[in-house]
Write a protein that binds this ligand. Structure first.
Ligand SMILES: Nc1ncnc2c1ncn2[C@@H]1O[C@H](COP(=O)(O)OP(=O)(O)OP(=O)(O)O)[C@@H](O)[C@H]1O
Ligand SMILES: [Mg+2]
Length: 231
């Protein structure tokens, strides 16, 4: 089960591979009705088998293979990873696609994605360093009360932790540089829509907490030499 939440709708990229393989099977063409009964029966059996394979594979998503790199990658390399979240206010505002688009167009690789309502305990752990601050209880409630879900992502690439924070902007949107996500969409520190890991240590803790090894999928990006080479 997903380590983050029992209500998680987890979409590791690996699942897509299994779905498309299943779809290829399910599009096997049925034989024309005018052929012999035996041939028709064979076609029926094939269709039934394909249907069974489709159902089975959609109900049993493939989990990511054991990775040889640490969960937050190796800092300073193209394997570095960060945890980015669209908080409930960002999901309500329809900003999930905008976040994905900004990281994608920068050349970063999506290696984890999920929609979930996190438990109170998970959010308390995630923001553990802020315990005791006057806004802590309100922050935990707004993140975990289920009025809207959180979309969690793991992004990979060079300097992605630091650059991810730059793409988001300063904690207080009123201090965020123009062009950053928070400056473009937010005005209140309590509704700043997005989260980004602030260090490699934090990324390690947060990816483990929200995803775990099996939900982060290491895949080969065909364009990588065109994006991340120093010649
Ligand atoms: N003064 C405040 N009043 C209300 N909420 C606050 C305040 N300061 C921080 N927060 C909330 O707590 C979150 C975590 O604060 P933190 O200091 O870790 O900033 P951050 O690292 O920029 O944000 P995040 O960890 O969400 O990426 C902020 O994003 C914001 O939602
Ligand atoms: Mg923080």
């Amino acid at each position: 089960m997903c380590p983050a939440s029992s209500s998680c709708l987890c979409f590791p990229a690996a699942r897509q591979a299994s779905l498309s393989a299943a779809r290829q099977m399910s599009t096997v063409r049925a034989a024309p009705a005018s052929r012999s009964v035996a041939f028709g029966a064979a076609a029926l059996a094939t269709t039934a088998l394909a249907g069974f394979a489709y159902t089975t594979s959609t109900n049993a998503p493939v989990e990511a293979a054991a990775s040889t790199i640490p969960i937050a990658g190796v800092k300073g390399t193209t394997t570095e990873r960060t945890f980015i979240a669209v908080k409930p206010d960002g999901v309500q505002r329809g900003l999930v696609g905008e976040v994905i688009s900004r990281f994608e167009r920068r050349g970063y690789k999506l290696v984890g994605l999920k929609l979930l309502v996190p438990s109170k305990a998970l959010v308390e752990q995630h923001y553990g360093d802020l315990k005791g601050r006057p806004f802590f209880n309100g922050l935990v409630d707004y993140m975990s009360n289920g009025k809207a879900p959180v979309v969690g992502m793991v992004w990979q690439g060079k300097d992605v932790i630091r650059q991810g924070r730059k793409l988001l902007g300063a904690t207080n949107p009123l201090d965020s540089e123009p062009g950053t996500l928070r400056a473009d969409y937010c005005t209140a520190v309590g509704r700043n829509c997005f989260h980004g890991s602030d260090s490699h240590e934090a990324a390690t803790t947060e990816i483990s907490l929200w995803f775990g090894e099996k939900a982060v999928f290491d895949w080969k990006q065909a364009l990588e030499p065109w994006i991340a080479s120093d010649n």
